[in-house]
Design a protein around this ligand. Structure first.
Ligand code: HPA
Length: 249
């Protein structure tokens, strides 16, 4: 049985098309997740929703308890996770408002609890992370976008940065030389923790701005909010169409 979870990022603290059945407060050996898990239905399919930054958007990217979130989702019986992430565009072909389905990650975060296998008594386990995102879920998202008539950039390399500040122009130039197309603060360690627990995990990224130094002006927080609002509305529609695809419909 497949059970899908959606982890909402900035701009997506609730799912408007989710008929809520239950809210469940969870505890894990790693502490509490960002918020109570919201169980509900999208159409006729069960979905679990978790707002990564808390219901009131109070948890900064470096303070999110990624371990507790992923552990709790698995405890709920979740098998698939779509992570929604706000990002800046390093590749200027990805204008603000664009939806991106990343296929690779470079991790520049530090000091985050990034593994379930780091401490005794868990045996050390090395996961294969060559392709960090789950192809079955990426395919469902591509199909959902096609059905909804929503443009989706079907690949891109996600640079995960520490935040909460935005980057310097030189940092963005370095990420670009490294091969990154988009930059965000929440992609890691979430994706790796999901792989450690064998969850099928993909990211749907919403471009909120051109990354530092990639536009004439400095980063404008009001403009980010506007692009996030319209981008997340599109993301919701795409998700509605992708969920039946995941279930083979
Ligand atoms: N940098 C990092 N994270 C982000 C950005 C950015 O420019 N925009 C949205 N999240």
């Amino acid at each position: 049985m497949k059970l899908l979870a959606i982890i909402g990022g900035s701009g997506l603290t609730h799912l408007r098309n989710l008929t809520v059945r239950e809210r469940r407060v969870m505890r894990t050996p790693y502490g509490e997740p960002s918020a109570p898990m919201v169980f509900g239905l999208v159409g006729e399919h069960a979905v679990v929703f978790l707002p990564r930054h808390g219901h009131g958007h109070t948890i900064a990217p470096h303070s999110v308890n990624y371990q507790a979130n992923i552990w709790a989702l698995r405890e709920c019986g979740v098998s698939h996770v779509i992570a929604v992430n706000a990002v800046g565009a390093i590749n200027t072909a990805l204008a603000p408002g664009t939806l991106v389905l990343p296929d690779q990650i470079i991790d520049y975060t530090h000091g985050r609890a990034h593994t379930f296998f780091g401490s005794h008594p868990e045996p050390v386990t090395h996961i294969d992370f060559t392709d960090p995102y789950c192809e079955a879920l990426r395919a469902a998202l591509r199909d959902g976008a096609a059905r909804a008539g929503i443009a989706l950039a079907a690949q891109g390399t996600y640079a995960a940065t520490q935040g909460p500040r935005f980057e310097t122009a030189a940092e963005i130039r370095k990420f670009e030389r490294d091969g990154a197309d988009i930059v965000g603060m929440t992609g890691m360690p979430e994706a790796a923790l999901a792989r450690e627990l064998d969850l099928c995990y993909a990211s749907l990224a919403v471009v909120a701005n051109y990354a530092a130094g990639k536009a004439d002006d400095a980063i404008d927080l009001h403009a980010i909010e506007r692009y996030l609002e319209s981008g997340m509305a599109q993301a919701r529609t795409l998700l509605e169409h992708a969920i039946p695809r995941l279930h083979g419909e």
